[in-house]
Design a protein around this ligand. Structure first.
Ligand SMILES: [Zn+2]
Length: 127
């Protein structure tokens, strides 16, 4: 980002030097062009600032998702993936209903690959 700001400063400085030369030579056409260039640089700086803010927001979202985890559907169940690893299986039925998906393993584990959900009591065969 500092490189971009330095680039804008160098460009602005060069254009202002050109403007002074145009003023000394009383060249209205070059003065007009350099004024437009300076205005365009301000517009570009605003675009870069907007992109920088959007990028910061996306980085924050990625960090939150990485920290809190996201659910993925795999092997007939929901799994929570975060920077701590993959955790589950969680009940796909409860997840689909929008309720907090409960774990369907541990003390509620059924026989073999069949798991009973402690909330909706559906059985799920986790592949
Ligand atoms: Zn359930």
């Amino acid at each position: 980002m500092a490189e971009i700001i330095d680039g804008f400063r160098a460009l602005t400085s060069s254009i202002k030097t050109l403007q002074k030369l145009a003023e000394a030579r009383k060249d209205g056409e070059i003065l007009s062009i350099t004024s437009n260039l300076l205005s365009n640089i301000v517009d570009l700086q605003n675009v870069v600032m907007d992109l920088q803010n959007a990028n910061k927001s996306l980085e924050k979202t990625v960090d939150e998702l990485t920290e809190n985890g996201i659910f993925i559907f795999e092997r007939n169940a929901q799994w929570k993936v975060s920077n701590k690893g993959k955790h589950g299986p969680y009940c796909p039925g409860c997840y689909a209903k929008g309720v907090e998906a409960p774990l369907i393993h541990g003390e509620w584990a059924g026989m073999g690959n069949n798991y009973e959900c402690p909330v909706c009591h559906d059985f799920h065969t986790v592949m």
